[in-house]
Design a protein. Sequence first.
Length: 204
Amino acid sequence: MLLIFGLSVFFRTVGQGDFHCPNCGGDRHYRQRVARRWFTLFFVPVIPLNRVGEVIECATCRTRFNLDVLRLPTAQQMAAALPMAMRAAAAEVLTAGDPSGSAARARAVEAVRGYGLADYDDEMLAADLEQPTDGAAEVIAQAGAQLTTEAREWFLAQVVRIALAGGAIGNGERQALHTVAGRLGMTPAHAVGVISTTEGAARE
């Protein structure tokens, strides 16, 4: 009898969930799969050998990626992170200036609404101002890691406009703006450029 044997790689699913697929360009379901080499007899896996690797497979396009792809935020995660980051940034800048100023508060509410939280109002802003800012750094940094350079500039410009709504930017507010910029992942020089440009546009 002719014996047919060899080596083949087989995949086993060890987890699943939702992720942003770079190939599809949208949120998709994925399977986390482990590849292992097997000794086969008549094309049937008989003896498991070494583990070859681990991949993430899109359930829609079947493209396989390294595990690093799970670090990319889904659209749902992005939608939740941005308004939270703007709330934290707005509260930080207002606290550094005059948190009771009506014009600055109104601009802060408008900025948060612009990032998708349509029901945000002055009462919610007041609650944010009373909250400790210990978690602000992490919230803003998480959002910054998901944004392009242009999106970071736009975000910072919105925060600058909050400070400008109360008049000229004070030293405390300017320091807070640079803190926000640093958490977004921007260099000091980059932050100066965005702040100066936004101030100049406001004076025109």
